[in-house]
Ligand binder design. Structure first.
Ligand code: SF4
Ligand code: SF4
Length: 413
């Protein structure tokens, strides 16, 4: 067992985290809130408990949303405790078989991921998906496969990074950036990537898209630090030594994972890259200070959902909102209630804990509906997929877009 003592000892057992934990709100169960997990970890550390199926399930049931830490009077980093516990669990019992296969045989290999994306696109476009859904056959599988399958958004099937448009070339660029695309933009929604290229080119920023692999968050959050380290080292190798001013990202989860690289892997190269990392919203607002001036006075109401992984970074709350405000009069920004509450996506949590995840999402959906917005914008592809799915479950036709998709649209107006 790792030495958690320092963090564990900071907890005064006040129970304040109960009011802020989205999972405690839904379940009312102490093991799902920070204090309950801390109690269990102390018992594990002292040898009163050993890892078993129940404990494995409890420690996998956390959104890593950070809400408990943000509101803890003693600043207990529950997310760090849970990540350490998950690593201990993997060391003690290994990874679940599905995760093991995905992390070890797909995540490290772009070619295999691209092939999987192509097969999923064929599955969706060939009519097979429709056939299986209407036949009801998915319901006979364990794990509620029908529900899990229904989360799948429309997959593009064409890797963004393998289909980059030819740049018109910028003779005297203002800035030069390297773009880390993340897996979802690369394989699911390349429109986000094309939007970023279009916006940056229109603002005289030269963009390069270096070779790269998954940021590692699925493996790291599951306790598989070996795979996480492999992926981090690959990315650090590809981005070190580039002659660029910034490394831009469109995914809040990728950015937060990169920001953890130096701490997770004690790498000097990783530490050297940190000052260059920037979320695309912040880059456009604080660094480029772009002016969009859309001509169409459509006044379409748009609201914004804060990804947990972005809202605590510098400018993470203000930049996306400022960007949306600059889309007036085409879009009218409206704030929704609980904009910074977790949507329940949490990487693969919505797949492994579908029902609980949808209960968490419902609060967000109610707030979106109350806002009267026609569009929800966000800055995390994982949140975007979750919101699209949950809105569909609510028979809503409200669209969910990445902020940069709206900006790129306005460049045409
Ligand atoms: S984690 Fe923080 S808020 Fe929760 S019981 Fe401990 S000290 Fe209180
Ligand atoms: S990180 Fe979020 S889900 Fe996990 S215990 Fe804290 S508040 Fe609850």
């Amino acid at each position: 067992m790792n030495n958690y003592a320092e963090i564990l000892n900071k907890c005064s057992r006040c129970g304040g985290c109960q009011a802020h934990c989205p999972l405690y709100t839904e379940t009312g169960r102490e093991p799902f809130v920070a204090r309950g997990k801390i109690e269990l970890l102390e018992n594990l550390q002292s040898g009163n408990l050993e890892w078993n199926d129940t404990l494995a399930e409890i420690f996998s049931t956390c959104l890593l949303c950070g809400s408990c830490t943000e509101n803890c009077p003693n600043g207990v980093r529950t997310d760090k405790l849970i990540m350490s516990a998950r690593k201990e669990l993997v060391d003690a019992r290994g990874l679940p078989i599905i995760k093991k296969n995905i992390f070890h045989h797909f995540l490290k290999y772009n070619g295999r991921l691209n092939k999987a994306g192509q097969l999923l696109a064929i599955y969706q476009k060939s009519g097979l998906q429709k056939l299986l859904r209407t036949s009801g056959i998915l319901k006979v599988f364990p794990m509620d496969l029908a529900k899990i399958e229904s989360i799948l958004p429309e997959i593009s099937g064409k890797s963004f990074r393998n289909n980059l448009p030819i740049s018109r070339g910028i003779s005297h660029p203002k800035l030069k950036v390297a773009y880390f695309t993340g897996c979802v933009t690369n394989l699911v929604n390349p429109q986000v990537g094309y939007s970023i290229l279009k916006i940056l080119e229109a603002n005289d920023v030269e963009v390069i898209v270096p070779e790269q692999v998954c940021c590692g968050i699925p493996a790291i959050a599951s306790g598989d630090l070996k795979t996480g380290r492999f992926l981090a080292e690959e990315n650090i190798k590809h981005f070190t030594g580039l002659s660029v001013d910034y490394i831009v990202m469109d995914c809040a989860s990728c950015l937060s994972t990169w920001l953890e690289y130096p701490e997770l892997f004690s790498s000097d190269e990783a530490a050297g890259l940190m000052p260059k990392l920037v979320d695309i919203n912040r880059f456009l607002v604080e660094i480029l200070d772009i002016r969009i001036n859309p001509e169409n006075e459509l006044g379409i109401k748009v609201t914004y959902h804060d990804p947990c992984h972005l809202k605590r970074t510098p400018g993470g709350k203000t930049s996306p909102r400022e960007l949306l405000k600059r889309l007036s009069p085409s879009y009218e920004f409206v704030e929704m209630d609980m904009a910074d509450r977790c949507c329940g996506s949490a990487g693969s949590f919505n797949l492994t804990h579908y029902v609980l995840s949808q209960k968490v999402a419902q609060h967000k959906i109610n707030a979106i509906l109350d806002s009267n917005a026609k569009i929800v914008a966000s800055a995390c592809p994982s949140c975007i997929m979750q919101l699209q799915h949950s809105l569909k479950n609510n028979n809503s036709d409200i669209q969910v877009k990445h902020t940069v998709e709206l900006v790129a649209q306005c460049l045409n107006s």
